[in-house]
Design a protein around this ligand. Structure first.
Ligand SMILES: [Zn+2]
Length: 326
C-alpha cells in the first residue's frame, strides 16, 4: 500500500452518519472559530451539520506580523471578504476585534494597533473586543489587556478573553481580577478555553465560561459532557476555536451529538451550543437571531468587490456526495 492512512481503526473514528442523524434538526452557533484559516469545504461541512452563525475572533496568524498595515487588512478581511465567504454557505458571520496577547509583546507594533482599534470596533457585525488576555503572562500582555478592557467599557462591548495554556488557573484568575479592577460587569466578559480546573471559579464569580473542544490540548468532548452534567448549562458555551492548527470546525455539532447520546436533555444542549453565545455576545446590540435562525438565502454567484468564491467560471457547487468531480 502506498498510503499509510488506511488503518481501519482510524476510519472508524469518523462520525457515524447514523449518529449525525441525532442532531439533524438542531441549529448551532460556534462563538469562536478562525475561518480565515479554513477552506470552503469546512464552510460546507459546517452548514451541512447545522451551524447557522459563528464568531471569528481576531487572533495571531501563526507567525508574528511586522507591520501595523497587516492588522488593518486582517481586520478589514474579517469584516469584508470572510463575512462574504461565510454568507455564501448560508452562515451568518460576526467577529471580535482586538490585539492578541502574543503580539502585545511587540510594544511598538502594539501601540500602532491600539491606535487603529477604534476605527474598527464600532463597525457593523463586531460583537466584542477579542480575543485578548494572557499568553505568557508578561507585563506587556497585561498592559494591552488593560487598555483593551478600557476600550470595551467605553464602547459597551462584550470582551472575549483568551486564557493561557501554561499556568492556566493563575492566568484565568488574573484575567478575571483585572477585568473587575476595570469595573467590567462579569456578565460582559466571556472567559474562554476553560477546563475542569477553572470552571467553578469562573461561574461563581458571574463570568461566562466558554469551552474550546480542541483535539489533544484543550478539552475533549467526553470531558465536556461530564462538565455539563456537573455544572448544568447556565453561562456555559462550547466552541471549536478551529484555526490553522489541527482542529475541528465540527466540534460544536459533534459535541451536541455526543451529549444527546449520553442522555443530556435537548434544552441543555441548545443552551450551550446556541442560546448562551447569542445572549452573551448579543449584548453588543449586533446580533439579531432572526437573521439566521431560519437559514440565510444563498447565491454563490454573488460577488464581493468583483470577486466571487467561484474560480474561473466554476458553477456553484451543490452535490458533495458524488465521487465524480465535474
Ligand atoms: Zn482563537
Amino acid at each position: 500500500m502506498c498510503c499509510g492512512n488506511n488503518d481501519i481503526e482510524k476510519r472508524a473514528e469518523l462520525p457515524d452518519a447514523v449518529d449525525m442523524e441525532l442532531i439533524k434538526d438542531m441549529c448551532f452557533f460556534d462563538p469562536h472559530v478562525h475561518m480565515t484559516s479554513r477552506t470552503t469545504d469546512d464552510y460546507q461541512a459546517m452548514a451541512d451539520n447545522g451551524i447557522v452563525a459563528l464568531i471569528e475572533p481576531s487572533f495571531w496568524l501563526g507567525q508574528p506580523r511586522t507591520h501595523v498595515g497587516t492588522f488593518a487588512d486582517y481586520y478589514s478581511s474579517l469584516l469584508g471578504w470572510e463575512r462574504f465567504r461565510s454568507s455564501q454557505f448560508g452562515i451568518k458571520h460576526y467577529c471580535t476585534i482586538g490585539l492578541n496577547s502574543r503580539e502585545a509583546n511587540n510594544e511598538a507594533l502594539a501601540e500602532a494597533v491600539m491606535a487603529l482599534l477604534p476605527t474598527f470596533i464600532y463597525k457593523e457585525g463586531v460583537v466584542g473586543i477579542g480575543e485578548i488576555g494572557f499568553d505568557d503572562q508578561t507585563a506587556l500582555e497585561e498592559k494591552y489587556y488593560r487598555l483593551q478592557l478600557e476600550l470595551a467599557r467605553e464602547a459597551a462591548l462584550p470582551v472575549q478573553v483568551h486564557t493561557p495554556h501554561r499556568d492556566k488557573k493563575k492566568g484565568t484568575q488574573r484575567s478575571m481580577d483585572i477585568a473587575l479592577e476595570h469595573q467590567l460587569d462579569p456578565s460582559m466578559v466571556i472567559i474562554d478555553h476553560n477546563n475542569e480546573e477553572t470552571v467553578e471559579e469562573v461561574l461563581n464569580r458571574g463570568f461566562w465560561a466558554a469551552f474550546t473542544i480542541y483535539p489533544f490540548t484543550k478539552m475533549g468532548n467526553e470531558r465536556m459532557v461530564e462538565i455539563i452534567r456537573q455544572y448544568g448549562s447556565e453561562r456555559i458555551m462550547i466552541n471549536s476555536a478551529a484555526d490553522w492548527g489541527i482542529s475541528d470546525p465540527l466540534a460544536v455539532p459533534k459535541t451536541a451529538m455526543l451529549m444527546k447520546k449520553r442522555g443530556i436533555d435537548a434544552a441543555t444542549i441548545k443552551a450551550v451550543t446556541y442560546d448562551n453565545a447569542i445572549a452573551a455576545f448579543g449584548q453588543s446590540g449586533q446580533i439579531d437571531p432572526n437573521d439566521f435562525a431560519n437559514g440565510m438565502a444563498i447565491n454563490q454567484s454573488e460577488k464581493f468587490e468583483n470577486n466571487s468564491i467561484l474560480r474561473g467560471g466554476q458553477q456553484p457547487r451543490i452535490a458533495k456526495g458524488s465521487i465524480i468531480i465535474q
